[in-house]
Design a protein. Structure first.
Length: 193
């Protein structure tokens, strides 16, 4: 079986939703929050691909503005689209002010991964956990930081962050990719944009 974190999360929240989307393969259109979040991920990927010669804030916002119209989404009126657009500008301005100059080296962006889990007790069946890690950095002290961007309005509590299954799966993926890295040298970060 191949499964992603979002599929596991869907199962935890609503097994019937999981059945419809993963087993019955009934697609669900992306909502405005998902479209907006994906767009900000694309913008940040473009920005961090320029490492170590990051664009200034004006170029970042210009890139955001020029590529906004490529969002293929039906907004509920121009007011809703304008609100989301303005929120994106606010997020990017704040992100830029709070994160530059960069203190780490980027190792990878939008990293696709697969981790094979083998059942030892049931005929050796294999399961594949797959996903995409937003960013992997090397910190000045040599540790690795796994970063996942969040664009939702709700910020997780520290307890929720400490028990975040998504980041645990990402740590497995990084450990699988670079087996010599000790888990104690991996930091996990949720970055709430």
């Amino acid at each position: 079986m191949r499964i992603s974190y979002s599929s596991l999360e869907a199962f935890q929240k609503c097994p019937l939703k999981f059945k419809f989307s993963e087993i019955d393969d009934i697609g669900e259109p992306k909502g405005k929050e998902a479209v907006f979040g994906n767009y900000l991920h694309e913008i940040l990927k473009w920005f961090y691909e320029k490492d170590p010669h990051f664009p200034d804030m004006e170029k970042l916002l210009d890139y955001y503005y020029r590529h906004w119209s490529k969002n293929d989404f039906s907004w509920n009126g121009s007011g809703e689209e304008k609100d989301y657009f303005q929120e994106g500008l606010r997020i990017l301005e704040s992100f830029y002010k709070n994160n530059l100059p960069a203190q780490s080296s980027i190792l990878d962006l939008e990293t696709k991964f697969e981790v094979v889990i083998e059942e030892k007790e049931k005929n050796g069946k294999k399961h594949i956990l797959s996903g995409i890690i937003d960013r992997i950095d090397k910190l000045p002290d040599g540790r690795i930081e796994i970063i996942d961007y969040k664009t939702g309005k709700r910020i997780a509590s520290q307890k929720e962050a400490d028990n975040n299954l998504q980041l645990s799966l990402y740590a497995l993926a990084v450990k699988n990719r670079w087996p010599k890295i000790s888990l104690k040298n991996i930091s996990l970060s949720l970055y709430f944009l």
